[in-house]
Design a protein around this ligand. Structure first.
Ligand code: GLU
Length: 284
């Protein structure tokens, strides 16, 4: 049997998602520049290997709240929208600065549900990504939270990153989170919860393990959204790995083929249509 993990080395188009709680200092909520620096260095190194790299980053709303001294718990729609407008620019300013230290050009792409549901929008978004990647640019993606109200929001960046992976035909989606991967139960509550290192196929039993396990105030994704992301990514033909962002150098260790995190193996489903899947989000 071929070693599936060793094949991770050969991935050509990689989407990496990092959550808000991974980008901030827990004590203050301010951006962790050292962590962001290491993240950017890892991404540039992948780019230098000739791979296409896309970063999906949260943290805009959290950074905006920080800038105007609004409590992390304050979650009214207007406040979140305003704070995302403030924070997205700040977040990009930091990324731009770090990427330029490695002589790497980055770009901002903000999306909503409509970007996928509307045929012309989806076509344009696909073309934009293709062109950016052809130019060797690293697109930095977030939801357009400033305008994304309930009807048009995707809602969390786990799902958004899988949508992006599907849209651009990525072969790997890497979700960096505050958890090591998938467990049979919530490891923070159940000491007997067992770690699952590989999921060859997404069964109902696996989907049922999607309990909210992040326990953080700043992000929106729990294990549930990660499993929905796995459904999208694997059906679209990409492998997906969930791994802990505590040390972001984990990226090159994973790319070396080491057994880290939970690997969901791609299971391309010819009947999977991104537009239909996204249309059905929040419709129940
Ligand atoms: N788009 C949100 C932000 O940038 C975060 C969504 C998420 O954490 O999943 O703040």
């Amino acid at each position: 049997m071929t070693n599936y993990r060793a094949m991770i080395k050969d991935k050509k188009r990689i989407v990496i998602k990092i959550g808000s709680s991974s980008l901030q200092h827990k004590e203050t909520g301010d951006l962790d520049y050292i962590k962001m620096e290491v993240l950017v260095r890892e991404l540039c190194n992948l780019r230098n290997q000739g791979k296409d790299v896309v970063l999906v980053t949260s943290g805009a709303i959290a950074a905006g709240k920080k800038a105007v001294h609004i409590k992390a718990e304050e979650n009214s729609i207007a406040v979140k929208q305003a704070c995302s407008a403030i924070g997205q620019a700040r977040l990009m300013m930091t990324y731009e600065k770090l990427f330029s230290e490695y002589n790497q050009v980055s770009a901002q792409v903000l999306m909503t549900k409509n970007t996928i549901v509307d045929d012309l929008n989806r076509f344009n978004a696909h073309n934009t990504f293709s062109e950016l990647l052809k130019l060797g640019v690293i697109p930095i993606v977030n939801e357009n939270d400033t305008v994304a109200t309930y009807e048009i929001e995707i809602g969390d960046n786990d799902t958004l990153s899988a949508i992006v992976a599907s849209l651009i035909d990525a072969d790997l989606l890497l979700l960096l989170s505050d958890i090591d991967g998938l467990f049979t139960d919530n490891p923070r509550e159940n000491k007997n919860a067992e770690f699952i290192s590989v999921v060859p196929k997404l069964t109902d039993e696996i989907m049922d393990m999607g309990k909210a396990t992040t326990g953080s105030l700043v992000g929106t994704g729990g294990m549930n959204t990660k499993l929905i992301a796995a459904q999208i990514a694997t059906s679209a033909g990409a492998d997906m790995i969930i791994a802990n962002s505590k040390d972001v150098r984990i990226i090159h260790r994973i790319m070396d083929g080491r057994e880290i995190g939970t690997l969901f193996q791609a299971n391309k489903d010819e009947n999977f249509y991104l537009k239909d899947f996204v249309t059905s989000l929040h419709n129940d």
